[in-house]
Design a protein around this ligand. Sequence first.
Ligand SMILES: C[S@@+](CC[C@H](N)C(=O)[O-])C[C@H]1O[C@@H](n2cnc3c(N)ncnc32)[C@H](O)[C@@H]1O
Length: 210
Amino acid sequence: MTLSAEYWDRRYTHGDLGWTHQPHPLVVEELEPLEPGAPGAGGGTALDLGAGAGRHALWLARRGWAVTAVDFSAAALARTRELAGQEGLDVRTVQADLTDHQSPSSAYGLILLAYVHPESGGRAALLAGAARSLAPGGRIVVVGHHADNVGRGVGGPSDPEQAYAPEVLVGELAGLTVERAERVEHTVGTGTGVRLSFATVVRARRPAGP
Ligand SMILES: C[S@@+](CC[C@H](N)C(=O)[O-])C[C@H]1O[C@@H](n2cnc3c(N)ncnc32)[C@H](O)[C@@H]1O
């Protein structure tokens, strides 16, 4: 990953946090149909990797998931704990670097990676580790910037290798059943008006059998 925990701490402490308030619509579209009590939901446990200030972790907890939010930014996690405490939500925070953190095996009914862009080698290891942490029947949802954003759309890494290509993520989620893998065009509001942005959305499920 190219941006340090200190960089993110500064952003969460002093930056414009507008984007951290509402869950991302593409994430909501994927997570809304998933029920914490459904078969394969791992006892209603969810893991948000690179959770930031907690917009998705808090949203999932409001819907009944017991959420673990992992991030290396202490400032982001402090904000998550503050908001979870205000609402009495079931959100546990773990401060860890995703490049060397391994979550428990077969533990989670739902794992989310939203707009977390490791370098390409780090991404493969991260996704393989996340797949191992899925309970049988559990799902992983990955949403992030598509490489078409580089030069054409809004946001994301300047290195196309760090952006998400649906077919690359599918290869990195070996052993899972891919339910959706798409490039999605959407719009984002910016200081200079509404602009086009390109995202990758992947949803995959660990087979329920042994
Ligand atoms: C663009 S933000 C997205 C946050 C959140 N997923 C969301 O959608 O609001 C990327 C997050 O990934 C975290 N992050 C980046 N690299 C990380 C690493 N190596 N270990 C842990 N967290 C990391 C950053 O601290 C930041 O909170």
